[in-house]
Design a protein around this ligand. Structure first.
Ligand SMILES: [Zn+2]
Ligand SMILES: [Zn+2]
Length: 278
């Protein structure tokens, strides 16, 4: 089993430990490739994104660790970026000019199609519920549509390698009354999004952050068979915020995917993404 994780956070954003703690833990677990993907700065301040002023130090610190532990592990320095609108996404010059090894792009905010107001979909449920009621008049199907419109724009714009937690709307949306009445709509929008990911030749991450706590993966396991059928390249990421979570849920997700016919994963080896045969 090739042990890797390319989705991880540390004290440069909302991760709970220093980068070196993650590296030491990853080495102790036999991880071969480990990537940091701190939340990239947004045009506004949040508690969970990296500060613009810390970006240089982030790249310097990961470069130091890369060098220091080079005989034990391959360390990579990426970012998790957001698609907000046509002015802020992974393909802007700002990210192009940074010395990243790869980019993950994820949706944390959706935009109301008419009033243009922004809603966070990845925070605490109470905030999600309040925003869905206030901005979307409690129409959860409109929240779902807005989420997938935003995701599709992100994929079409591209400029990154990995699609992060592709259907995160299940996390908070799934707790909102009536969400599952729209399962057919969600499945249709998801199919359309998977087709776009395939066309753009992006890697789809299987995000295992919530496997143990909530028995959830992103994408939802109901799409695994279809993803394998389409032959979309995948990598299994743990979205770790604590050092002891660097492999959380990975073995469980890999077993399930293998039982459904997964034959290879995408892995970063010596700086290049390649197919790793299982
Ligand atoms: Zn994220
Ligand atoms: Zn993340």
């Amino acid at each position: 089993m090739y042990l890797s994780n390319y989705h991880s956070h540390c004290t440069f954003c909302d991760g709970r430990s220093y980068p070196e703690d993650f590296v030491k833990y990853a080495i102790s677990k036999g991880i071969q490739s480990y990537g940091f993907s701190s939340h990239a700065p947004l045009p506004f301040d949040t508690f969970w994104t990296m500060k613009h002023d810390d970006v240089d130090e982030y790249f310097q610190e990961i470069a130091r660790l890369k060098e220091k532990y080079s005989d034990q592990i391959e360390i990579y320095c990426g970012l998790e970026t957001d698609y907000l609108n046509e002015d802020h996404h992974a393909a802007i010059d700002y990210f192009d000019e940074l010395p990243t090894d790869y980019l993950i792009s994820s949706i944390h905010y959706i935009i109301h199609p008419e009033n243009g107001k922004m809603m966070c979909v990845d925070g605490p449920y109470s905030e999600f519920e309040e925003a869905a009621n206030k901005l979307f008049d409690g129409k959860i199907d409109d929240v779902i549509r807005a989420f997938f419109i935003q995701s599709k724009k992100m994929v079409e714009k591209s400029g990154f390698q990995i699609v992060g937690h592709v259907d995160k709307i299940y996390m908070n949306g799934g707790k909102y009354p009536g969400f599952y009445d729209h399962q057919e709509l969600i499945d249709e929008l998801m199919e359309d999004l998977l087709q776009a990911i395939l066309r753009k030749k992006l890697i789809l991450e299987i995000n295992t952050k919530s496997v143990l706590s909530q028995q959830m993966t992103f994408p939802n396991q109901r799409y695994f068979t279809r993803i394998l059928e389409l032959n979309i390249p995948i990598t299994i990421n743990c979205d770790s915020h604590y050092p002891h979570h660097v492999l959380q849920g990975k073995a469980e997700a890999l077993e399930l995917l293998k039982s459904l016919g997964l034959t290879h994963t995408m892995e970063l080896k010596k700086g290049t993404w390649e197919e790793h045969k299982l």
